[in-house]
Design a protein around this ligand. Structure first.
Ligand code: MSP
Length: 525
């Protein structure tokens, strides 16, 4: 996506580029973005779809901008939670995980995701890299054996302290933790407190948003504690074997975090993907797993002599009609159903516009239908249809000669919002832009003006068409199908990075438009 130089704001993730003679700058950079890898103890739900869509929108945005992007997702298949779910389903863990992993893989075509790879922690390529990371941490003197006893919450796949219990139960999973005592391997996390503090001090935007950064900073200020990173095979055998000790398997989080490396070819640091994309630019994670990514993961990487990620972007949780999603309540929303009812673009739009990334948000059928009716069908769909109809009527169905428009402030605000990952704000700007166009139509009333001043109508029509071209580019990361439909209606071909020029004047005079069917027809209710 080429940007007017004047509007170009420094982007922390991108090295500064100078302006060429033509007043444009091309910020070519690499962009590696990941979702958490999903536990395969149950089928994908709305929350998983949400994370994947946010990551996809950011990946698509960077691709359109001309960056080289690697977008990774996948499944986290080891640990007690998965092992027990397989047992309850009377299946072998391997068969069980094969089936559920496929269900997560199916999110890609359903939601129109563009992930470049899909990693499973049961794959050999992953286990190889996870074991190598262990070896490196051991070589750094960070792995030692220790006897301990504690309370373990299988839902969390982590220890939980007495003070965090409510009536003897984990407040999130509403189950009593299990007493565990064993001799396991530990990772010397406490040793890394000062180094990680220093990293936080030097990288103010490491954890985004600030509130989530502060939470991590508070834990750091108290000091990190060493963490158990293995399980005896007598407790659980469903895991990556610990190097040089087949009586233990790795703790699921120690294994899982390394997926971000192993998908790039680690331990082969000369692998082309590893060389090009490491370190990660954005690890997108839900708030409940922030601490694993923002505290444990950096320590593991330092221990293994690897570069740390640029950003951990933390998002909030989605409730359904104000309640936490749960099987007991029976309010778990199936993303595949949602896409069947409303289409992928509408679901994607809802996630990115209605939900503010750093806050918790709420899903309801009423809300998604309201967004469909008001924003998509009424504001966007009608404007496109109205514009095309007027071009047919007053300009022989062809793009009139270029005229001026008021796009620059919107383009700039959009770009700034995207740079700080504020998808909702970026979309709000696009909709303000659309509203300004509606207003211009109402003010001029082309159906009246055409009789006395056809040139003024032509100028307005060019402004409308060109603005829709720009709006299509801006919505493309979130609504790729709709963006392409608009692009096609304008008589343009495929919306690609080379053609996604966010600069006024891209439409050529005389281009025949192709009015199609309305973009968002009334919902069948
Ligand atoms: N397997 C771990 C992650 C390991 S990453 C090295 C895990 N998996 S999970 O399947 O339980 O959750 C993965 C992600 O799903 C969460 O971080 C969060 O992004 C998303 N969500 C799950 N439920 C959610 C909501 N109700 N709302 C929003 N997102 C939530 O944790």
């Amino acid at each position: 996506m080429l940007l007017p130089c004047a509007a170009d704001k420094p982007d922390p993730a991108i090295p500064a580029a100078s302006c060429g003679d033509e007043g444009l700058t091309i910020n070519m950079a690499k962009f590696y973005i990941t979702t958490p890898i999903y536990y395969v103890n149950a089928r994908p739900h709305l929350g998983h779809a949400y994370t994947s869509v946010l990551a996809d929108a950011l990946a698509r945005y960077h691709r359109l901008k001309g960056d080289e992007v690697f977008f990774l997702t996948g499944t986290d298949e080891h640990g007690q939670k998965v092992e027990r779910s397989a047992k309850a389903a009377a299946q072998s863990p391997q068969r069980f995980t094969d089936e559920l992993s496929q269900a997560f893989r199916n999110l890609t075509p359903a939601l129109n995701l563009t992930n470049d790879d899909f990693i499973r922690t049961t794959e050999d390529r992953h286990k190889l890299g996870a074991r190598e990371l262990w070896r490196r941490a051991k070589k750094s003197g960070d792995i030692f054996k220790k006897k301990y006893a504690g309370l373990y919450c299988v839902g969390h796949e982590s220890f939980i302290s007495e003070k965090d219990l409510m009536d003897g139960q984990c407040p999130e999973h509403l189950t009593a933790p299990e007493k565990m005592s064993a001799e396991n391997y530990f990772f010397a996390l406490s040793k890394y407190t000062p180094l990680i503090k220093e990293y936080y001090a030097r990288h103010k935007n490491f954890v985004i948003p600030e509130a989530k950064r502060n939470e991590m900073q508070a834990i750091l200020n108290d000091g990190l504690e060493d963490i158990s990173i293995s399980r005896e095979t007598s407790q659980t055998s469903w895991g990556v074997p610990v190097p040089d000790d087949d009586t233990q398997v790795m703790y699921v989080w120690f294994d899982a975090l390394t997926n971000y490396l192993t998908a790039l070819g680690f331990p082969d640091e000369s692998a082309p993907l590893f060389k090009k994309f490491w370190p990660t630019d954005v690890h997108l994670v839900g708030k409940e797993i922030n601490r694993f990514h923002s505290l444990l993961w950096p320590a593991m990487l330092i221990s293994a002599g690897l570069t740390l990620p640029e950003h951990i972007l933390v998002h909030g949780w989605i409730t359904v009609d104000g309640q936490k999603m749960s099987k007991t309540i029976g309010n778990v929303v199936d993303p595949f159903e949602l896409v069947k009812n409303y289409g992928a673009d509408t679901v994607r739009y809802f996630f990115c516009r209605e939900l503010v990334i750093q806050n918790d948000g709420d899903f309801s059928y009423v809300k998604i239908e309201e967004r469909y009716r008001a924003d998509l069908s009424h504001e966007l769909g009608n404007l496109v249809q109205r514009t095309l109809t007027m071009v047919e009527k007053y300009a022989n169905g062809k793009t009139p000669p270029p005229s001026h428009g008021e796009a620059a402030p919107y383009l700039e605000s959009y770009q700034n919002a995207m740079t700080i990952f504020a998808l909702d704000q970026a979309l709000a700007k696009v909709w303000e832009f659309l509203a300004s166009l509606d207003k211009a139509i109402e003010e001029m009333k082309p159906w009246v003006t055409v009789k006395k001043d056809p040139a003024a109508v032509n100028a307005l029509l060019y402004r409308l068409l060109e603005s829709l071209r720009l709006a299509a580019i801006m919505i493309a990361p979130v609504m790729p199908e709709t963006a392409q439909k608009i692009w096609t209606a304008l008589g343009l071909s495929t919306l690609r990075p080379e053609s996604a020029i966010l600069k006024w004047g891209g439409l050529k005079e005389g281009t025949p438009i192709k009015k199609g069917v309305p973009l968002f027809p009334a919902l069948n209710k």
